[in-house]
Design a protein around this ligand. Structure first.
Ligand SMILES: Cc1ncc(COP(=O)(O)O)c(C=O)c1O
Length: 508
């Protein structure tokens, strides 16, 4: 396939044929240093690659006319910075040393077609089987499809990879500021501002995972005799973090009434010992948002009884039809006891980098959080690489996240339509998260029996509703993660459909 373009002043023509990009350019006398000029060339090559959805395997300089031989070293250094590959195989022919500051470079780059974002091809199972743990590809037996833990099967945005590679290339991994890189906190503050939340950068704490942030939040404000309200069902981390702080988790049954999480009985669960309400907004596994009215109710109670609120918004970017409202957007309430948590596992696929941040709106609470986090002693904290990736997420990967959410909406609609045509089972339609919460009570099996049967006999794996994962109220439900390709999801759903029909027809 031939493709000519007139993009770019230097590399005004290029050709892509049989996975090879062939281009050449002349660096003019007018241009700046050789370094700037080479920078320009690589920028343009990257643009051409992007324009054509290509990845680079390696580059050959086929012909170079350079003023000084040392100019080639500059090219090589920059090449490694930009292209960052071990497969550098270069053929450099310095033909002549023409006029001062004039240089012509012909470049042949070996490329490969990049899979379209979120296409079936973009999910690489050979890699996931080595890297995706926590009930997923690397942990299940060969042949089983894990629609289990909430993790993403797609590779991260290119911009995140480039940011990491650029940082790695410099070769230093020194200590970072104990309370996080200022530029990461600046990106976070800017991002919060876009969501209508004004926060002083000094009250933001980058931390190694939302899970850890939850433990820190509990440890920061709870004592032994205290109680904290934990919705039931909800992700197990809420209860575990409260217990780890030595306090008691009081379970509030989160019923769905008129499509909303009912908080009307919450006050009945407050005792003299209650010190905190744990909020998961959007809600895992119910896939629900807390709307303004529910948040007001929660804040009224929290303000009245002087309670802390642990506000986990890790799912706040995976939202479909309705807008997400943060408790921090609520006007006219005292928000000084709210500890906020956001993580990068769910919306950007960075679970393995263990990255999150916490923030609050005042010094007193922030001091408690910092003390519980151990960052000042360097016994806690977050790696430099994670923070570099976090900056790229917030500043460069918004387009990726938007497309990902579109993909998840398609997956949601497709999966719900398949499941809800089956006998005995009924799925919710999540307004947020990429998790289906499926009622299996009519099968007559409990959640673990159902999940074990599906895994052993039908080779598809789900998370069982149980006290271990989401609390006692989740018994009779299973959770299904949608964050995979349509091809894998469709095969998983096919297996679930056969299983459910077999159960319905007593064929087991
Ligand atoms: C509500 C909630 N909070 C926290 C986490 C943990 O996130 P992280 O990977 O950042 O520890 C999860 C993971 O599923 C979650 O659903």
């Amino acid at each position: 396939m031939f493709q000519f373009s007139d993009k770019g002043p230097l590399y005004s023509k290029y050709m892509i044929k049989n996975d090879e990009l062939i281009t050449s350019g002349i660096i003019s006398e007018k241009a700046g240093s050789i370094e700037e000029e080479a920078n320009d060339i690589f920028h343009q090559i990257i643009e051409i690659l992007k324009l054509n959805s290509l990845d680079l395997n390696c580059i050959y300089y086929t012909e170079c006319y350079l003023t000084k031989e040392s100019d080639m070293d500059t090219f090589n250094l920059l090449y490694q910075k930009y292209m960052n590959t071990n497969s550098l195989r270069k053929l450099v022919v310095v033909k002549s040393l023409p006029k001062e500051r004039v240089c012509e470079v012909a470049i042949k780059a070996v490329t490969k077609k990049r899979s379209a974002l979120f296409s079936d091809d973009s999910v690489d199972l050979s890699i996931l089987k080595k890297k995706a743990f926590n009930y997923r590809w690397a942990e299940v037996e060969e042949g089983i499809i894990p629609l289990t833990a909430a993790d993403i099967d797609f590779p991260v945005a290119e911009e995140i990879k480039s940011a990491l590679m650029e940082y790695i290339e410099e070769g230093y991994f020194s200590y970072t500021p104990k309370r996080g890189l200022p530029e990461f906190k600046e990106s976070i503050a800017n991002n919060l501002r876009k969501k209508g939340i004004e926060i002083n950068n000094d009250y933001i704490l980058p931390i190694d995972s939302a899970a850890r942030a939850m433990y820190i939040a509990s440890a920061a404000v709870l004592c032994k005799e205290d109680e904290a309200i934990v919705f039931n069902p909800v992700d197990f981390l809420f209860k575990e973090s409260v217990l780890a702080a030595g306090a008691t988790a009081v379970s509030y049954p989160a019923k769905i009434i008129d499509e909303r999480i009912d908080v009307s009985k919450l006050e009945d669960y407050i005792s003299e010992k209650t010190k905190m309400i744990c909020l998961c907004n959007p809600h895992n596994p119910l896939g629900k948002l807390y709307h303004k009215e529910e948040l007001e109710e929660i804040l009224k109670i929290a303000n009245k009884y002087n309670l802390w609120v642990m506000n986990d918004e890790i799912w706040s970017d995976i939202v479909y039809e309705n807008d997400f409202v943060s408790i921090m957007n609520m006007k006219g309430y005292d928000l000084s006891k709210v500890i906020n948590i956001y993580g990068f596992s769910k919306a950007y696929g960075l679970a393995g980098l263990r990255i999150a941040y916490m923030y609050c709106d005042n010094q007193e609470l922030f001091d408690k959080v910092v003390k519980a986090s151990d960052v000042d002693s360097t016994a806690g904290g977050i790696s430099s690489l994670s923070q570099v990736a976090g900056i790229a997420c917030l500043e460069k990967a918004d387009y990726w996240k938007r497309k990902f959410v579109e993909k998840m909406k398609e997956n949601r609609d497709y999966a719900v339509s398949v499941i809800n045509q089956l006998p005995l089972v009924k799925s919710n339609i999540p307004e947020a998260t990429y998790l289906l919460y499926i009622d299996i009570k009519e099968t007559g099996m409990n959640s673990s029996e159902f999940v074990n049967l599906l895994e052993e006999k039908y080779h598809v794996s789900l998370i069982p509703g149980s006290s271990k994962f989401f609390g006692t109220e989740s018994e009779g439900y299973v959770r299904l993660c949608l964050a995979t390709s349509r091809e894998i999801l469709s095969e998983g759903l096919k297996r679930i459909s056969i299983a459910v029909k077999d159960i319905a027809e007593n064929k087991l």
